[in-house]
Every structure is written in C-alpha cells, then in structure tokens.
Ligand binder design. Structure first.
Ligand code: B1M
Length: 210
C-alpha cells in the first residue's frame, strides 16, 4: 500500500502512534509535506466527515480519528511551516453566553482543522465581545455554538454587537448546535448554518468561496 494511503488508513482507524511514525517515514522518503497533509491527513478526515454525515460512524470514531490526525500534524507542522504552507483560512469558534456545552463545538473545530483551517477555540459561556475580539485578531469566520433553546437568543446578541461595533460586514458568521436551524440562522441574519461538524467544513468553505 502506498505511504499516503497507509497514513489515511491509520487516521481513519484512529492509530495515532502509527500515523505519527508513517508521517515521519513519508517525510524521510522525501514526500512533500503538503502532499502528506492533503492526501494523507486531510483526505482521511474528509472520509470520516462523510461517514459521520451518513451516520456510518459516530462521535467516538470521529474523536479518535481526530486524535490520530493531530499526532500526524505534530510531526508535520514544523515541515509545513518551513515550506511556507499557509492554513486555508482562520476560523474562531465558541459556545455562546450562558451555555456550557462544548462537545459539538470541539468536533466542529477538529473537523475544520482536519480540512486545513487555522482554528481559534474561544471556549464556552462567551460574551459577544470575545467573538468581536477574535474577529479583530483576523478570524474570517466566527462560529457560534448553542445547545439550549434558552441560549439561542445569545447568538442574535452576538450578531447585534458585531453590527454595533461596525464590523458585521468584515466577517462571516456561522451558527450551529442541536436546537439551531437554517430558519433561525435566516431570522437572526447569520451568514450560514451547519447541522453537523462535517457540514460545518463545507459551509465554511462555501462562505469564503474556497
Ligand atoms: Co445538557 N442539555 N444541559 N449537558 N446536554 C441537552 C442539550 C438537552 C437536549 C438534554 C435534554 O434535556 N434532553 C437539554 C437542552 C434542552 C433544550 O434547551 N432544548 C440540556 C439541558 C436542559 C441542560 C441543563 C440546563 C441541565 C440542567 O442543569 N438542568 C444544563 C445547562 C448547562 C449550561 O449550558 N448552562 C446542561 C448541562 C449539561 C452537561 C454539563 C452535564 C453536559 C455538557 C458537557 C459538555 O459539553 N462538556 C450536557 C450534555 C452532555 C448534554 C447532552 C446529553 C449531549 C450534548 C452533546 O454533547 N451532544 C444533550 C442531550 C442530547 O443531545 N442527547 C444535552 C453531542 C454533540 C456531538 O452534538 O452538541 O449537537 P451537538 O453538536 C453537533 C451539531 O449540533 C453541530 O455539530 C456537532 C457535531 O455534529 N454543531 C455545530 C454544534 N455546534 C456547532 C457549531 C457550528 C456548526 C455545527 O458552527 C459554528
């Protein structure tokens, strides 16, 4: 089996240490870091994302694959930096004020990382100002997560504050979380909604025309 296919297979199976070894071997053999990233690590996370969307795998499998992807990234990152590979875009994601749920948000972040985005995990229970701060620091997409019907209005509040400080048109705002819908996104003027972590990657790319 070709080296890149072995790496992708290792990620899909969640074999973190094996992936780290295989990435190192591929680098030693002179395979370009970008090739390893695109066709080994990201390729595998795309497959996992698709299977997750189709309910063929569940949260634990995604978490385990993401962990293996991260181990591979640890080995690859210094080489990527050296060869000047830039992330495809910057996204900051957090859970809105009053809401402590973060499992879904973390999955969204992992899938975005797996797709080559630079991510800023802002945390949970965040006031609107934290999202504004992240946008001012260069995030092109602000991602809001909410799991409670009672915290959904905090998403609108974030959008209102972006308008108040005059930077609403400088960023794309994407929302998600179990009770959130496309209709709600339209109602509050969000730029995008994604029902799950894999779709969040598609939506982020769509919002930035990537
Ligand atoms: Co909470 N809780 N909880 N809880 N909790 C729910 C959400 C609830 C549905 C349970 C129920 O009653 N059946 C209910 C909400 C009811 C409602 O509002 N409609 C509920 C409640 C009521 C509460 C408390 C109020 C309970 C209490 O104290 N009385 C309390 C509130 C605390 C607070 O936030 N202020 C509370 C607390 C907790 C725990 C702390 C115990 C824990 C959270 C731990 C943690 O996150 N670290 C917890 C949990 C685990 C849940 C359930 C069981 C699981 C949520 C989860 O992680 N799902 C949940 C019931 C359930 O869903 N079965 C429940 C898995 C995760 C992968 O899915 O987060 O939907 P999800 O994320 C998905 C998508 O939604 C999407 O992608 C993810 C991956 O596919 N997505 C995005 C998410 N964010 C996105 C952002 C995007 C795009 C997509 O763009 C930026």
């Amino acid at each position: 089996m070709a080296d890149l296919q072995k790496i992708a297979d290792g990620v899909i199976k969640g074999q973190a240490e094996e992936v780290a070894k295989l990435v190192k071997k591929a680098l030693d053999e002179g395979i370009a870091p970008k090739e390893i990233l695109d066709n080994g690590l990201i390729g595998a996370m795309n497959i996992i994302g698709q299977r997750f969307k189709n309910n063929e795998v569940y949260v634990p499998e995604v978490l385990i694959a993401a962990r293996a992807m991260h181990r591979g990234m640890d080995v690859l990152k210094p080489m990527l930096v050296k060869s000047g590979i830039k992330p495809i875009a910057k996204v900051a994601v957090g859970t809105v004020k009053g809401d402590l749920h973060d499992i879904g948000k973390n999955l969204v972040i992992m899938m975005l990382q797996g797709a080559g985005f630079e991510t800023n995990d802002l945390g949970i229970d965040l006031p609107p100002e934290k999202f504004v701060e992240a946008a001012k620091k260069g995030a092109q997409i602000i991602g809001l997560s909410a799991l409670l019907t009672t915290t959904m209005p905090a998403m609108k509040k974030v959008i209102d504050v972006f308008k108040e400080v005059g930077i609403r048109d400088k960023v794309k705002i994407m929302i998600g979380g179990a009770p959130v819908t496309q209709e709600y996104a339209d109602e509050i003027g969000a730029d995008g909604y994604a029902p799950d972590a894999a779709s969040a990657v598609d939506k982020a790319k769509e919002l930035l025309n990537l």
